[in-house]
Design a protein around this ligand. Structure first.
Ligand code: PMT
Length: 222
C-alpha cells in the first residue's frame, strides 16, 4: 500500500531564488531554478500532505494538488512565510533567499556614469532564523549551500537557527546544487547524525528526504 504518512499534516515549502530590485530594469538574484523545492512539494503531496509552496520567480509548473504563492523579493517571501508558519506542521526552506539587497531602489532607470559605480547593500531578514526563534510544535528543515566545510557549517546553521534537520548540498560537485536536475546532499538529523545521499534526480532526493524526516518525526525506520 502507498505510504500516506503526511495525511492530515500541513507542509510549507519555499523554493527558487529571490530578486532584489535596483531599479525598474535591474536586480540581484542567484541561479536557483526551484527544482529542488518543487520536487519536495510534489513528494509531500504524494505522501498525503496539504502543501503550500512559496515560490520565487521560476518557470516551473505548479505540482498537482499544491497551493502555490508566488513572490519576488526576500521581504515578500518572509511576509508570506511568517503569515502561515503557525498553522503548519512541517516547514522546509529550500529557497535560495538573497542575504543582501540594494539599500536604495531607484524609481527610474539609473543612467550610466563615467568610471566605477559603488552600490550599498543591506541585510535582508533571515526567514529561517526568525521562524526558528518562534517555532513551537513545528518540524523545521533548512537547507545549506556552502562551498567549504559544508557539513560543519550545516551543523552550526542547525543550532543557530533552531532547526530540526538540515540538508547540506554539495554545490561544487558536478550535477549538484543550483539549476541541475540532480543533486548530491547530506541530511543531518536531530542527533547530528549524517546521512549522505549520493547523486540522484532531485525528484528522488525529495523522496529520500521525506523518508529520513519520517524517521525523525515518527521514529519509524521504514
Ligand atoms: O532551486 P534549484 O536550482 O533546484 O537548487 C536547489 C538549491 C541549491 C537552491 C537548494 O537545494 C538549496 O540549497 N537551497 C538553500 C540555498 C541557500 O540559500 O542556502 P544558505 O546556506 O544561503 O541558507 C541557509 C538556509 O537559510 C536556507 O534554508 C535558506 O532558505 C535560509 N535563508 C537564507 C537567507 C535568508 N535571508 N532567509 C532564509 O530563510
Amino acid at each position: 500500500a502507498k505510504d500516506r504518512w503526511l495525511t492530515g499534516k500541513k507542509v510549507l515549502i519555499t523554493a527558487g531564488p529571490t530578486q532584489e530590485k535596483i531599479d525598474p530594469v535591474r536586480y540581484f538574484t542567484n541561479p536557483s531554478s526551484g527544482k529542488m523545492g518543487f520536487a519536495l512539494a510534489t513528494a509531500a503531496a504524494h505522501l498525503g500532505a496539504e502543501v503550500t509552496l512559496i515560490a520565487g520567480p521560476v518557470s516551473l509548473e505548479t505540482p498537482a494538488g499544491v497551493n502555490r504563492v508566488d513572490v519576488v523579493s526576500a521581504e515578500d517571501m518572509f511576509r508570506e512565510v511568517d503569515l502561515r508558519f503557525n498553522e503548519h506542521d512541517i516547514i522546509i526552506k529550500s529557497a535560495a533567499v538573497a542575504d543582501y539587497r540594494p539599500k536604495l531602489t531607484y524609481e527610474d532607470k539609473m543612467k550610466k556614469q563615467p568610471g566605477n559605480y559603488r552600490l550599498e547593500m543591506e541585510r535582508t531578514t533571515d526567514i529561517l532564523q526568525t521562524i526558528g526563534q518562534k517555532k513551537t510544535h513545528q518540524f523545521l528543515l533548512g537547507f545549506a549551500a556552502e562551498t567549504v566545510d559544508a557539513i560543519e557549517y550545516g551543523k552550526k546553521k542547525m543550532k543557530k537557527k533552531n532547526l530540526d534537520a538540515i540538508v547540506v548540498n554539495n554545490v561544487k560537485e558536478d550535477g549538484a546544487g543550483f539549476g541541475h536536475d540532480t543533486n548530491t546532499a547530506t541530511y543531518i538529523d536531530r542527533q547530528l547524525q549524517e546521512h549522505p545521499l549520493p547523486k540522484m534526480p532531485k525528484t528522488q532526493l525529495a523522496d529520500e528526504i521525506f523518508r529520513l524526516m519520517k524517521h525523525d518525526i515518527t521514529g519509524d525506520v521504514h
